[in-house]
Design a protein around this ligand. Sequence first.
Ligand SMILES: Cc1cc2nc3c(=O)[nH]c(=O)nc-3n(C[C@H](O)[C@H](O)[C@H](O)COP(=O)(O)OP(=O)(O)OC[C@H]3O[C@@H](n4cnc5c(N)ncnc54)[C@H](O)[C@@H]3O)c2cc1C
Length: 446
Amino acid sequence: MSFPSTRTILTSFDGGVVLQASVQKPDKYRFFDSLGDVALIPRGAGLSYPAASFGSESTSVDLSNFNRLLSYQDGLLHVEAGATLGQVYNFLIKHGRYLPIQPGHPDITIGGCVAADVHGKNQLRDGTFIELVEALELFHPKHGVVTLSRTEHADLFYLTCGGYGLTGIIRTVHLRTRELPSPVVEIVTIPVSSVEDLEAVITEKARQYDLVYSWHDFTQRGKGFGKGFIKAARFVPSSEVASSFDQRDRHPKRTLYAEHRGMYRYAFFSQWTTRPFNALFYQSNMIGRSVHKMPLYDFLFPVHNKEIYFKFFGRKGFHECQFIIPFKQVSSWTEEVKVYLSGHSISVTLASAKLFVGEQRLLRFTGQGICMALDVPRSAQGRLFVDFLNDLATRTGAIPNIIKDAELSAPVVAACYPEYEAFRSALRAWDPDRMFRSHLSERIGL
Ligand SMILES: Cc1cc2nc3c(=O)[nH]c(=O)nc-3n(C[C@H](O)[C@H](O)[C@H](O)COP(=O)(O)OP(=O)(O)OC[C@H]3O[C@@H](n4cnc5c(N)ncnc54)[C@H](O)[C@@H]3O)c2cc1C
């Protein structure tokens, strides 16, 4: 039996790539027996900033119908890869468990988290998503179904976690969950007078708190460049959680689609609006600065139901870049960015940092340093700024995030990731025909 494929227009979440692609959306495991020799790429929620789950020459395999939670025992959850973080959250919270590493939106799928080896809100303490993966089931038309773990086909396991869907289709994942201290967190907001103070404060807070990130205003000039705050949260002991605490399911339906992000024709963000927008955002966070409690869900997924931020970039979209800047280079990196921005009218709508530790391997976004994400509206000036940042990364030894920065070129990735060639050759050894390809994999020369 053959499964129908449709031609449809797909858009990367940042709005930079819009193209017609073939999509198959199977709902039966028989589908996997029907796959022939065509180029493929798995697709989760399609919420990656670059075009990671589609390409003009590939058929995207949309896994959203494979979204069942299959079994749960002794803290191990077995799920189909199309299950979303929101689904998993709602299930686990009823069992007093959670996933300590979750990216910022509940519509993101488990398959997308494994394939991009995503990070959450305390990489220092929890690591990246691979830490939660006990084992997974991978399908490749030439190899069939293979079970991967740290002890079974370990090399392929490490190639697949952070492999951007290029080793095959992850069908199911066995996840290590963690005991949930409580469904409520207590938040503190710590002001940071300039980005120069960030490293010291975030290093201290990331050790003291369960979840930590910062926000900075890069439209400020002079001494106050990067003024902002750190949000730090710790679990409230269960005994202090009021019995009236709202435990309803938090994520009844999907709210974010890459194809709807550009629904407003024009952008709200510009060189005139971004400064007051950031000033207002800063003030509103300073006013609400007193220690307060909130459901864990709302801290983990801060943009859920505030997706308007992304729509404010209009149809043209935006650039998001993220780098792990080695500790020794943070001040020179910051100084160069500050000088660049003082000479150009670029609207940096977001600058947000986290603390990272660990060894960088293959193409996984890991390493040691301050992880800084920046958003700017998509424009010729914005593109030049991104090119400047990527060049700065090669000079400072910073690691750019492949699943965020859609302008990364093959030479930049090769220069910044020491195991780029090792990844390429391991991929070719497993799949000499390179059946799995995407717009992203072609761009970065994989
Ligand atoms: C609002 C928002 C907040 C975010 N916050 C963070 C954050 O805090 N930390 C972070 O690290 N990232 C973050 N991201 C990025 C996001 O976590 C990743 O891009 C993630 O991969 C998206 O998952 P997805 O389900 O949308 O997958 P897609 O975008 O559909 O696919 C992503 C990649 O995974 C592959 N893939 C998907 N499913 C499978 C599968 N079953 N088998 C094999 N490969 C598969 C695809 O081929 C593709 O290469 C954020 C994104 C958004 C939109």
